[in-house]
Design a protein around this ligand. Structure first.
Ligand SMILES: [Fe+2]
Ligand SMILES: [Fe+2]
Length: 218
């Protein structure tokens, strides 16, 4: 595959799109991070993967969502790839990448999939599903919380409350839907870091002093 041309096409489709209240080009940056996370997961578990296919599929997984709020963005992304850049892949690569894009949110372990007949998914698709979920936690969860708070006029107290309530639902769904133990470990580490941040912020909101707290503990 011609990865440089594929990246350039994806950049053109995703990088300049207004995604307010998220930053301009959010899908492009999310795609790049998801691709890196997917490669790291594969490496961390010594999984035999097609790295190019994994990277391209992960990078393009949300191309159908850039500037589009409608349903079935996976199928939409697949159609875009087939219509506009099919020639940049071998026939086998095209099928693999399109399958990743189409099924990136069809998670076998999610309660949304219960009772549905699912297609056989490649290991690359399962990795992209996990990487996609992971990218919404950790530092990016803070980023998203602040962007959404700004858009909805929330003050700090309301932001913390919203995070506590909403994130509990998101993390429950995400943890349940993951495919690999390493992804679960990473998600738990990311959740612990953001929880620590919000707990410290709550203390500051109450006017507590770090210095006094460490004195009390000693
Ligand atoms: Fe998506
Ligand atoms: Fe995504």
């Amino acid at each position: 595959m011609d990865i440089e041309k594929i990246m350039a096409w994806g950049m053109e489709k995703m990088n300049f799109v207004d995604e307010a209240p998220l930053e301009k080009g959010y899908r492009y940056y999310h795609g790049k991070r998801t691709a890196q996370i997917a490669l790291s997961l594969a490496q961390g578990m010594n999984l035999p993967v097609d790295r190019d296919t994994l990277f391209a599929g992960a990078f393009l997984h949300d191309v159908g969502k850039a500037g589009f709020n409608g349903p079935h963005h996976g199928a939409r992304g697949e159609d875009m790839i087939r219509q506009e850049i099919a020639q940049l892949f071998s026939p086998a690569e095209l099928e693999q990448v399109c399958s990743i894009v189409r099924y990136h949110y069809t998670r076998p372990h999610s309660h949304y999939s219960k009772g549905h007949l699912l297609p056989a998914l490649s290991v690359e698709t399962l990795l992209v599903q996990d990487a996609d979920a992971l990218d919404h936690f950790g530092g990016n969860a803070l980023w998203l919380a602040f962007r959404w708070s700004g858009a909805h006029g929330r003050n700090p107290g309301e932001t913390i409350r919203f995070y506590r309530e909403q994130d509990a639902v998101w993390r429950h769904d995400a943890l349940r839907g993951l495919n690999f133990p390493l992804s679960r470990r990473e998600l738990q580490a990311r959740i612990a870091r953001t929880d620590a941040f919000f707990a410290l912020w709550e203390e500051e909101e109450r006017g507590e002093l770090t210095h006094m707290k460490s004195k009390l503990q000693n």
